[in-house]
Ligand binder design. Structure first.
Ligand SMILES: [Zn+2]
Length: 170
């Protein structure tokens, strides 16, 4: 997916570009390609990004550590503020309280929108915080530990005489 030059959107019909998505993302290992559609619309002071995509990803269960496949879906609409200051480094003191605008993604109106990066972020955000292969997953089943008397390496040789005596008595 190529980066979208933001001013270019203004020349398109309805100032909107629709991108069919059917590909693997470079930084996200998925079992199937990410499939769906992504639309970017120029709304003057902001971009409106709409995506409806899905894929299947292999996750590792938090409880039993087994791998399992999970469907990931993104059905999302996001506003990205177009702000000419977005390219400039912010020089205000770090301790300054963050304004609401700072919490929203911003791009320069003369910049590029990276659909792949945006999709990657959305898919990562849609990952379940608790990864379970199954809601009823019982977790790690302890391996059957052999009874210590059957494990010669563990037996202290000083007990051998006692073991012998026990056998003679039974
Ligand atoms: Zn599990």
């Amino acid at each position: 997916m190529e980066a979208i030059f933001i001013p270019h959107l203004l020349k398109l019909q309805q100032q909107q570009q629709e991108i069919p998505v059917d590909q693997f993302l470079p930084d996200l290992e998925t079992l199937t390609p990410v499939r769906g559609t992504l639309a970017v619309k120029h709304q003057g002071s902001f971009l409106e990004v709409t995506a409806k995509v899905e894929t299947i990803i292999t996750l590792s269960c938090d409880r039993c550590l087994q791998q399992y496949n999970q469907r990931l879906q993104v059905d999302q609409q996001e506003m990205i503020i177009l702000d000419a200051a977005a390219d400039q480094p912010s020089d205000y003191p770090l301790e300054q309280e963050l304004a609401w605008e700072d919490l929203v993604e911003t791009l320069s109106p003369q910049g590029h929108f990276q659909p792949e990066v945006w999709l990657y972020e959305q898919l990562c955000l849609s990952l379940p915080s608790k990864q379970l292969c199954n809601q009823d997953c019982a977790g790690l089943v302890p391996a059957n530990s052999p009874a210590s008397s059957e494990s010669p390496s563990i037996i202290d040789h000083r007990w051998e005489a006692l073991e012998l005596l026990k056998k003679q008595l039974s």
